[in-house]
Design a protein around this ligand. Structure first.
Ligand code: ZN
Length: 132
């Protein structure tokens, strides 16, 4: 893995959270994008090399709404940039990690993504992402 690509934060209200993070970070978000397959609305901020992704559920089926129901708002996942997502998925599988999807899927911000079960990583949902 190359670096932390972004940190995903589950929020109840994206426009409220976005204005808070805009004031916190001192920059405007560079992208707002709906990922219909995941039932989420996302908004990205960048400071230096680091990115923050805010995620709001667009339906009750969304993993974000389930997360907020259980745990409240907060850090939802840590995403790592990888060069070759398929190779990295193979490597992690061999190491015994539980992958939440068998093949890479299209995520937000022009990435192919795969998630690793939080049970495998001491309570943290891990996202692998590769630039498309
Ligand atoms: Zn993410």
């Amino acid at each position: 893995m190359n670096k932390i690509e972004h940190i995903g934060i589950a929020v109840k209200n994206l426009s409220e959270a976005s204005s808070v993070y805009e004031r916190l970070l001192g920059v405007k978000s560079y992208k707002k994008e709906e990922v219909t397959s995941e039932h989420v609305l996302t908004e990205f901020f960048q400071i230096g090399e680091s990115k923050i992704e805010l995620l709001e559920a667009t339906s009750n089926e969304s993993a974000i709404s389930k997360f907020i129901e259980k745990k409240g708002e907060g850090i939802h996942h840590i995403a790592f940039a990888v060069k070759d997502i398929k190779a990295e998925m193979e490597r992690l599988k061999k190491e015994g990690f539980i992958l939440l999807n068998e093949t890479p899927k299209k995520g937000a911000d022009n990435k192919l993504v795969c998630f690793v079960h939080p049970k495998s990583a001491h309570g943290i949902l891990i996202e692998l992402c590769q630039d498309i």
